[in-house]
Write a protein that binds this ligand. Sequence first.
Ligand SMILES: Nc1ncnc2c1ncn2[C@@H]1O[C@H](COP(=O)(O)OP(=O)(O)OP(=O)(O)O)[C@@H](O)[C@H]1O
Ligand SMILES: [Mg+2]
Length: 497
Amino acid sequence: MRSITKEFPGVKALDGVTLDLFAGEFHALVGENGAGKSTLMKTLAGVYPYGTYGGDIVVESAVKQFKTVRDAENAGIAIIFQELSLVKELTVAENIFLGREPSKFGVINWTELYNRAGKLLKDLNLPIYPKTPVGNLGIGSQQLVEIAKALSQDARILVLDEPTAALTEAEVETLFGILRDLKARGVGMIYISHKLGEVFEMSDRITVLRDGRTVGTNDAKDLTVERVIALMVGREVGDVFPTSQHEFGETALEIKNLTAFEAETNKKLVDDVSFSVRRGEVLGISGLMGAGRSELLMAIFGAHLGKLSGEVFVEGRKVNINSPSEAIASGIGFVTEDRKRFGLILDQTILDNMTLAGLKRISGAVLTHRARESVAARKSMQNLRVKASSPLTVAGTLSGGNQQKVVLGKWLLTQPKVLFLDEPTRGIDVGAKQEIYANINALAKQGLAIVMVSSELPEVIGLSDRILVLHEGKLTGEFTRAQVTPEKVMAAATGHH
Ligand SMILES: Nc1ncnc2c1ncn2[C@@H]1O[C@H](COP(=O)(O)OP(=O)(O)OP(=O)(O)O)[C@@H](O)[C@H]1O
Ligand SMILES: [Mg+2]
C-alpha cells in the first residue's frame, strides 16, 4: 500500500500511509482507537472502492483498482472485519459460503454446502455445527465462524482485524495454530490487535499507526511492549491499573440461588449462584467462555430468554425483574459485550445513543431538554475522551474503541446503583483502557456498585476488590484482592479448586 490517504467528511482518517507485506509474513498493525487501522484495511479489501482514496494498492507488482470486496477477494485478499458481519438468520454453513455457494446450473447444492462447511470446521478443529443459525451462537463462536469463512477463500493475503477480542485463551491458541500453518504455506497476514502480548508472540514485523500516519515499521525482535505503547500514544504510559482503595457501603445488590436454563435445551447455564455486592465495591467475575458469566448478568437484568429461578434484591428490597426496562427502573445499568446488538444504534448520533437509556432522568418529567441532554452528553464525551468532532457525530462512524466509550457513557447517564460491565474494554487501546479503568475506580468511589465480567485476567485482577469464578454455571471460587493470583483463578475456572 503506497501513500494511502482517505478522508471522511471532517476527518482525515489516513494521511499517506505506506505498508508492505511479504508472502508468509505475519505483520501486526497497531495503534490507538481511531488511528486508522480498520480504515486502512477496508481500503485494501475493496470496502472503499478505487477512486475514493488516494495512493496505490499494489499486489504482486500490479496496481489494483478494486471496485468491490469481491474484486479484492478475487485478487486473493480476505478480511475478517472488526465488527462481525455475519447474517444472524442464516446457518453457519450458509454464512461461510455466502455468495459463493456451491451450485450446479444455478441451483445451490445444499448437501455439498453442508459437507464442505463441516469439513472446514473439522479441519479447523472448531466444535461448531454447520446447520446452527449463527444468531444462536455466542459472540466467540461467531468470531470463529468469521475466521472459517475467510479461510474458506484460500486467500494469499489475510487481514484479521481484532480477531481474538471475543476468544478464550484456548480458542486463541487454536487460531494461532491455524495462522502458523497458513504462514508456512506462504500466506501473508496483517493482524490488528490491542493485545500486545499476542502481537509479540506472532509477529515478524510491527507497524504502528498514529492519527492516520505511520509512526514506523520495525522487526518485532527490535521492539518491546513498552516501546510500542510509547509509539502508539506518543508518550510513556505508566502503570495501567490504578491501585485504588475503595470504601464499601451498604449491600447494593444481592442475588439468592439464581438458576437459569437455556431456552431450547433446558440445560442449566447458571446453577444456583448466590452473591452480593456492596456500594463502592468492584466485583469481578471470571471464568472461561461458556461458564455462564454473561448469562448470569443477563438473567439478573431481565434479558434471559429461558426459564429462571432465584431472588434479586436491590438495596435490600426484593425486586421482580422481567425485562431490561424493569432492571433499569430498579437501578441496574448494563454495558453489554455485544455492543452492536444491545448497546449502540449505529446510524444514530452519539447524543441520541447516550441519551437513549438516560432519557428519562436527564430530560426531567415535563420537557425533553435537548440542551440539557446535549450538555450531559458533551460532558460524558469529555470525561471518557470520546474521539469525535461533536455529539452529533453518527455512532457508526466512530472507531471501535470510541463506540465502546459511548456505550459506557450512555449507561453512566442513567445514574444506576449497580452497573454491570461485560467485557468493558474489549477492543480498546491501552491509553483509553487506562482512562476507562480510572473511570471505573472513580465510579466505585462515588458509591456505585460495579459487577464486571472480563476475559482478561490482568484486568479482573487489577481492578476488582473481590473476584468470583464460575465454572459450568457454578460458583467455584471467591477471592479478595489480597488473596487472588492468576493461578488460583485459572484453577477455579477449570473446575480444580
Ligand atoms: N465511515 C466513516 N465515516 C466517517 N468517519 C469514519 C468512518 N470510518 C472511520 N472514520 C473515522 O476515521 C478514523 C479512523 O478510524 P478507524 O476505524 O480506522 O480506527 P481504528 O484504528 O481501527 O480504531 P479502533 O482501534 O478503535 O478500531 C476515526 O477518527 C473514525 O472516527
Ligand atoms: Mg478498528
